[in-house]
Write a protein that binds this ligand. Structure first.
Ligand SMILES: [Zn+2]
Length: 374
């Protein structure tokens, strides 16, 4: 099947992160089994969620991992001008949810391996398709947990085909989600002195977070790679109070911040806790950690990709990927793929048609050079 038809099939699975991925995983598994790959489905505890690991060539030889996530971000409330789950051709673009982020790369892998089946490989080719990347890289985290526990290893080089307009990206900050709960004492609003206002307390918390963000901004690292070479913080949501005539007894703040490679996310969270908990009845809790990624420059994968790259040097991504979890397995990852992150997650997301076709050639050549020759 041609890569455009494949992409059309993959986009038709509405794999928004609150939906199952087992359908798209079954289709990918079937197509890859048909070209002779060994397919392993790793089911998550939650129903409808799984990772897919497919391999070809002699196990344990250090070939390459090609990886992508199967989930997509929601479309609700976005001004789409066509059905997001029906791939639509518009001029030199293919429009649909996940068109670039990142079903284009999944389609390119399947198309390349259908064109040149992975037979008689000298080194192992492994495909890793994950679930729930868009909601905190949950699939790759459970894969890394499982493989470390079982002492299983994967090839030391990985390519994640996120949309980078074929720029080679070798690092990105991580992400930490934290929740801060401010407790007050409810009272009738006519007697506010009898209560304690949780929203007032939250205002003090926000000031303390601002001061912490300022302090973090002073710790500059990776200035050669990052536009914002420090830990950035975002106060994302705030919920407090229930009625205009009640002194609020609870206010909850969700905060996100982005640790740089080499920083301990838990230690940063402890700094945050120390900044807010002394303010009163305040409790901070660590919700989720997505690890940062840092691949040294000059990996063999960089040399393989350079002829296809839109710039000869490597750069950083501002967004997090499954690569942070792959690093826990000792893998050195580059993020490189068709389409632009600027149109991902938006209405009328698209991949340029020529970039989709080029991605097939990239996969073909990377597999040939890394796994067939030498
Ligand atoms: Zn993505």
């Amino acid at each position: 099947m041609d890569v455009e038809a494949l992409l059309e099939r993959l986009v038709a699975w509405p794999t928004v992160s609150d939906q199952p991925v087992t359908g798209i995983a079954a289709e990918l598994a079937e197509r890859l089994e048909a070209v002779g790959m060994r397919v392993e489905r790793l089911d998550a505890p939650e129903p409808g969620k799984c990772n897919l690991v497919c391999s070809a060539g002699p196990a344990g030889t250090d070939g390459i991992v090609l990886s992508g996530h199967m989930d997509v971000v929601p479309v609700v409330g976005q001004p789409w001008t066509s059905d997001p789950f029906r791939l639509t051709r518009r001029g030199d673009r293919l429009v649909g949810r996940g068109a670039c982020d990142m079903k284009a790369f999944l389609a390119a892998i399947v198309a390349a391996l259908t064109r040149t089946p992975p037979k008689d490989l000298r080194r192992e080719l492994v495909l890793v398709f994950t679930h729930d990347e868009e909601v905190g890289c949950l699939g790759s985290r459970s894969l890394a947990d499982r493989f470390s526990a079982e002492g299983r290893s994967l090839p030391s080089l990985a390519l994640i085909g996120e949309p980078t307009s074929f720029r080679m990206l070798r690092m990105h900050p991580g992400h930490v989600a934290a929740r801060i709960t401010c407790a007050g004492v409810a009272a009738h609003s006519s007697k506010p002195d009898l209560g304690r206002n949780a929203i007032r307390l939250a205002a003090n918390v926000l000031d303390a977070l601002d001061a912490l963000a300022d302090r973090w901004r002073q710790d500059v690292r990776f200035a050669d790679l990052l536009e914002r070479p420090f830990v950035v913080m975002n106060v994302a949501t705030i919920h407090g109070g229930s009625a205009v005539n009640i002194v609020p007894d609870r206010c909850v703040i969700d905060v996100g911040f982005r640790p740089l490679p080499g920083m301990a996310p838990e230690a940063l969270f402890e700094e945050l806790r120390a900044a807010v908990e002394p303010l009163g009845a305040v409790q901070a809790e660590l919700v989720r950690v997505t690890p940062a990624m840092l691949t040294p420059s000059g990996t063999p994968l960089e040399d393989l990709l350079r002829p296809w790259a839109s710039a000869p040097d490597t750069a950083a991504a501002s967004f997090a990927t499954d690569g942070g979890n792959f690093e826990r397995l000792g893998m050195r990852t580059l993020v490189f793929g068709p389409g632009s992150i600027d149109v991902a997650h938006k209405a009328d997301e698209y991949v340029p048609t020529d970039e989709l076709h080029r991605a097939v050639d990239v996969v073909d050549e990377v597999v040939a050079r890394r796994c067939r020759i030498g």
